[in-house]
Every structure is written in structure tokens, then in C-alpha cells.
Design a protein around this ligand. Sequence first.
Ligand code: GLN
Length: 482
Amino acid sequence: MELHRLTAHQLSDLIAQKKTSPKEIAQDLLKRIKKTEKKVKAFCFLDEKDVLRQCAELEKRTSHGALFGIPVVIKDNICVQGQDTTCSSRILKGFKPPYDATCVRRLKQEGAIIFAKGNMDEFAFGSSCETSCYGPTHNPWDLKRIPGGSSGGSAASVAADETILALGSDTGGSIRQPASLCGVVGFKPTYGRVSRYGLIAFASSLDQIGPLAKDVQDAAILLNVISGHDGQDSTCADVKVPDYTKALVNNVNGLRIGYPKEYFAKGLNTEVKDSVETALGLLRKLGAQVKEISLPHTGYAVADYYIIATAEASSNLARFDGVQYGHRASDFDNLLDMYAKTRGEGFGEEAKRRIILGTYALSSGYYDAYYLRALKARRLIKEDFDRAFKDCDCIVTPTSPTAAFKIGERIDNPLAMYLSDIYTISVNLAGLPAISVPCGFNEKGLPIGLQFIARAFEEEVLLRGAYTFEQNTDYHLKKPEL
Ligand code: GLN
């Protein structure tokens, strides 16, 4: 049986019926990887021996958890005790965290196999997975194209059937955009829904860990495991976690869906626009009330995000100075020189660009003009959503303005790259949950994604909308040829 083709819920059923075992699943995936990974390059670390060791441990367990025997890829910015965790950056090469991130600890408790580390844009800075110090990941649908980013390795490995599930992190779109470009499901939870303890920080007020999966049901199962209060993260909310699988109903009757007119304006590729409009038509046919809404401050979102995110990143990355973690320059004259050389050698070009931009925006002469203003604009963007949600239950938009672009196409043009997240960024600024599900293919056979956005802590509304859409379409069942 081709176990790698199946979903987590299908595999869990087979395990429960004793028709397969964690070891059989892991071995089947390792075989698959031998065939596909040299083309896709989704992983920066995979320790086969450790995977088999975990399987042997699981066989000894008396009680099974919600993810018993299910392999999960972990983005390389999420700490796994004793395993390389480098944010795909030279500066963290050799770093093995002394502890597990809370979500990894919960995965282990529930019997998941911590399978591999997913390649990513360095420190999650990017939309293409090209800024990784290990080189780019390739899109399984067209190996000459990018998989999206920054969680590109996580998304590509799910799409290529090299894993069953993956975790990504989303600061401005890094789960949803690669999910969209690789034709899988990507879920960015409400800010505070999932603990960030053990997630190496990019922009602490925006970052959130979430699932990448082959279908909406799998995303709900993984979300159940990683959600919930954690005393180790003061921004993790003490809000009751429902059983998300109960929200998987094939029914959007009466659901009020808004589509923001600003998201369908210039810059949106026509094939993407057509697919999203067809999707909205289907939702309407299935009983949803679909109407146009307005999010008037949308035009400020990208600029606003790049002030706030770079400001926070410049502060968060100050800790990488050659003293405590990873790389240290070997040849230096004094302490200052050691810092400068270590950081000069360790960070890539995009990381340096962001540290410089962020430091500038926070500097005393410019703080009021940039950072403080950006915070005010952020509030206006959030208020747009508050107003919109007065008369709709969720908002539907394209996830990305285009399908996957070619490797190298935008890497020398940061502004073009930054626009890749134009439809996902506002969600992070407002702290809301959102999901991307496959909604079509363009003429070249590249996947297109549909985004659902809901009020804070209303993940169940997203699951209901996305599940219904998925049950009435078959885009999620298509597989790339590899
Ligand atoms: N592409 C966006 C950026 O470069 C978002 C990245 C992310 O969500 N981590 O910042």
C-alpha cells in the first residue's frame, strides 16, 4: 500500500484496525523520500535512525495519542530538543536546543513522529524559500518554481507526500502562501491560540505556529493538539479550546461571507481571480450569503507590516552575537569586532536588510515618524475587520495574487517579493485566524489557494467554510507528478 499518499485520519484508522504500524508508515515515507527529495529539497535535516528509534519507542506505548504514529515535519525555526534547529541560517549552524517547543512537546505526548526539519527562508524572511542558507526548496508541481515561503519546506513536503503533516509559522503569510502555491491546506491560528514557546522569534507580535496538511480534517486534528494555554508564553491566551473536529460540517447554509473589494483590484492575476470568483459562486450555491464588503485601509498593510515586522526582527535578532548560539567568527581583534564579524558572516542579505531597516525605524530620531505611525495604522487595519465582522461571519479572498513564480524571478527585487503577501499580511496585523485551501489550477497546472478569515478565536467558522468547500470540490485530491 502507498501509505505516503494517505492523510493522518486515514492512517489513524488503519493503525486502530492494526492494518499498519508507525514503523511501516515511517519506512514507506523514507522510501518515498529517496525517490523525490533530491528534486524537491524540502528538508534541511532528516535523521533516519532517530525516526526509527521514535517508532520503536512508540511500539512500547500502552496508550495511543491523537497523532499516534503520524510523521510531522517541523519548520526549522521551531525548537526540537537535541536536534539541529537553525532557522536555515548560517548564524545558527550547529545549534541544538536544550528543550522542546511547547507544540513539539505536545506532538510527542500525542504519539507523533518528529520526522524532519523543514527548509525555510532564513529566519522566516521571505516568500519563496530562496533565502535559506541550504539553497531553495522546489515546488513539487513544477521544480523550476518556488514553493512559496517562508514555510516552503513544510508545504512542499506535504504536497510531495514526503510527510503526512507539517508545522509552519506565519508572521505575514508564511503558512498560507506556501500552502496556496503547493496546493495544500495551511492554517494560521488566532494570535495567542498556539504557544510560541520554542519558536525562534521573528516578529513577536505577529508570529504564530500552525498546521500544513493534505485536507481540512487533518488540519483540525493537528490544531487540536497544538492549541491552548501555556504558562511559558505570556501572550498565549487562556481561552478554552474546543474540539475542532466537531466544526467539520458540510454545511454553509446561512453563513455570511464578505469579499473585500480592495482584494480584487489591480495586481490580482486573472486566473487567480477567476478561480476565487468561481469558488465564491459555489459557496453561494451551497447556501452561503455572499456580499461585497470594504476594508478601506488595505492599501497600507504591506508598508505597515514592513515597519513593524522589521522593527521587531531587528530587536529579536540582536541575541545572535556569537556569544551564546551557533556561529562565531574565528578571526577578530576585540569584542566589538567579534560581534561585527560574526553577524557579517552569519546573516544573509535579506536578514541584514531587515535588521538595518528595523533599527532605522526604531532609532530615536525616526521612531515617531515610522514605528509609532505604523502602530496607529495597524489599529486602523484591525478596526476595518471589526467593522466588517459586524455583518459577516467570515471573509473570503485569494491567498496569493499569483500562482508559484520561477526560482530567481523576484529574488533581486525585494519590493516585488514583499507584494507576494499582500492578501495575507493584514490578518497578522489584526491577530485573526485564517486558512488557505486549494481552489483550482491555472493553465500551467499550478495550484491556486482560497483564503477564509474569521474573528479572533473563531477558528471553527473557518473550518466549517473550508471543509464545506473541500467536500464539494476535488482540488485537494490532485497530486503532482514526481
Ligand atoms: N513574506 C513575509 C515576510 O517576508 C512573511 C513571512 C512570514 O510570514 N514569516 O516577512
